[in-house]
Ligand binder design. Structure first.
Ligand SMILES: Cc1cc2nc3c(=O)[nH]c(=O)nc-3n(C[C@H](O)[C@H](O)[C@H](O)COP(=O)(O)OP(=O)(O)OC[C@H]3O[C@@H](n4cnc5c(N)ncnc54)[C@H](O)[C@@H]3O)c2cc1C
Length: 503
């Protein structure tokens, strides 16, 4: 057996959320292996600066770094997130909640929705989300961390955070620099490729100096300076399924009670996000430029803020899709350089985290064996595509016909795995689960039932149970969840009591 030639030098291009997440995790996990980890960023170019809502696995990322959750929350002005409230998606005037975590009073209640579907046929009018502790607590603006030790209902909470993306990058920067990451404040002007195999040889900076590395991580944002401009990897465009291509973002002053959830409100040509932080609310309108001008989008956004705007609205343009390969030669793209999906389910930061996890699990040596690169790409592509399908579902499963975007989305053909999933659910009420899927049965159920996709049948085995007994059980579960939610502190009080607010 030959001794592998290890990767010693890593260069990360870009100091946005993706770049600093990469720097922090690699500095933590490659201690003693990597001789140098450098990050090159140009303040002149700047970062996207949005990306404020997350999903529960972010806790694993922070945990892997060993950071203290309280400190992280104070530093990034974070609030807790129990899920997403969707308004006007299935139809105008309708609202539903996509909670994190499970439905029912224990993780094993996979068939609960079949009981509910049967009860619905017999006149049950309460929404299925009332059987979710996360959803019920969110409706009451309440929050507490799961208490794993008690094994009771309080152990069911699953949560994520809303945070200030700029402050998160700064927090990770301090962490990474303390662990030896070297920051180079320069602009990359040229990328040198090895003539023999087209691998990246060096980055030439605007002061004429060069950065040489074994492995390059492209976190340069939408342009993909390394993965695309230098390596011409190619891009798969998904705008025929997800036609929104712009966003206007603006923060506003906080008003009213601090909510423990993101809100997504469908509008005529897209949707508006509302993300509550400790010191402000993040807002944005994601829209399709074919159906709405930038001025109209800005006016609509500004007309729907909770408080006065705190900055000038910012326009962002994007093309939904992904790089044909996330890892090409000795370059791995993360964050916006790897592709883009609108933040409807807050998945972009998670995909950075997953990319880094795969990199650590498949860490290469200087051979850069094609099978290792292939495996990284296979895993990443599958994850990306299953998330894409979940996002598409929100657009497809609507009965809105009041605007061209919604009519277009209702009638569009969807990717085959999604069409299959919808067909299975419509016929049987069952969720087909694919490998490498981030979103679980409960997530799919929340959106399908929330947007009123009704199955033709519930599971026939449900009929084995006496209906009166089934109804009593459903009522019992809901009652237990309601009481647990009511016994939970208010979100703002919980933050204060836990000393989680920035001083
Ligand atoms: C409208 C919108 C809303 C979003 N909302 C969410 C959300 O709620 N949740 C979520 O998870 N994600 C969200 N995202 C995605 C999230 O913002 C990004 O995934 C995240 O910020 C990572 O960005 P990045 O670091 O890849 O790129 P950027 O922030 O664009 O950073 C690029 C970096 O590259 C550097 N750079 C570029 N070119 C050069 C050069 N030539 N030389 C030197 N340096 C260079 C820049 O200086 C910068 O530091 C959203 C994105 C958009 C567009």
């Amino acid at each position: 057996m030959n001794t592998a030639q290890p990767i010693r030098r890593i260069a990360i291009l870009g100091g946005g959320t993706a770049g600093w997440m990469a720097a922090a995790l690699l500095a933590c996990k490659l201690r003693g292996l990597a001789e140098s980890i450098q990050i090159i960023e140009s303040p002149e170019i700047g970062t996207v600066g949005v990306g404020e809502a997350t999903i529960p696995p972010i806790g694993l990322f922070n945990g892997a770094l060993g950071v203290d959750e309280g400190e992280f929350m104070r530093e990034t002005r974070a609030t807790f997130k129990l899920g997403i409230q969707f308004q006007d998606w299935g139809r105008v005037g309708q609202r539903y909640f996509h909670p994190f975590g499970v439905f029912g009073t224990s993780p094993g209640m996979d068939t609960l929705h079949h009981f509910w579907l049967k009860a619905r046929q017999h006149g049950e009018t309460r929404a299925f989300e009332q059987w979710s502790l996360n959803a019920m607590a969110a409706q009451l603006n309440r929050f507490m961390r799961p208490e794993k030790s008690d094994g009771g209902l309080a152990s069911l909470y699953s949560y994520a955070f809303h945070f200030d993306a700029g402050l998160y990058a700064q927090y990770l920067r301090r962490y990474a620099e303390q662990r030896g990451v070297r920051r180079v404040e320069r602009k990359v002007e040229q990328v040198e490729l090895r003539s023999a195999d087209g691998f990246i040889q060096a980055l030439r900076l605007d002061d004429g100096s060069r950065v040489e590395a074994d492995l390059y991580i492209d976190c340069s944002g939408f342009r993909g300076l390394l993965i695309e401009e230098a390596l011409h990897t190619g891009y798969e465009d998904w705008t025929h399924w997800l036609p929104c291509d712009r966003a206007i973002a603006v923060p506003c002053a906080s008003a009213g009670e601090l909510t423990p959830y993101t809100r997504s409100t469908a509008r005529s040509a897209g949707w508006q996000w509302r993300i509550p932080l400790q010191h402000r609310i993040g807002n944005g309108y994601v829209y399709c430029s074919r159906y709405l001008s930038d001025d109209e989008a800005t006016a609509t956004l500004l007309a729907h803020l909770d408080g006065p705007a705190l900055a000038e609205p910012r326009l962002l343009r994007f093309t939904t899709g992904r790089r044909r390969q996330f890892w090409n030669k000795n370059c791995i793209a993360l964050g916006l350089a790897s592709g883009f999906m609108e933040p409807l389910e807050s998945t972009s930061i998670h995909l950075v985290q997953k990319g880094l996890t795969h990199l650590l699990n498949l860490f290469p040596d200087l051979d850069f064996a094609p099978c290792v690169i292939h495996e990284y790409n296979r895993r990443s592509i599958e994850e990306y595509e299953r998330i894409r399908d979940f996002v598409i579902l929100h657009y497809k499963a609507t009965t809105r016909s009041d605007a061209p975007l919604w009519r277009q989305c209702q009638s569009m053909p969807v990717p085959e795995p999604l069409a299959y999933k919808i067909e299975q659910f419509q016929q049987t009420g069952r969720i087909v689960h694919y490998d490498s899927e981030l979103f679980a049965t409960s997530n799919w159920l929340a959106v399908l039932l929330g947007q009123e996709v009704w199955p033709r049948h519930y599971d026939p085995l449900t009929d084995q149970q006496d209906f009166a007994e089934l109804h009593r059980r459903l009522d019992g579960v809901r009652e237990a969840i309601r009481s647990a939610a009511e016994a939970t502190p208010r979100h703002a009080d919980y933050l204060k009591a836990g000393a989680l607010i920035h001083a």
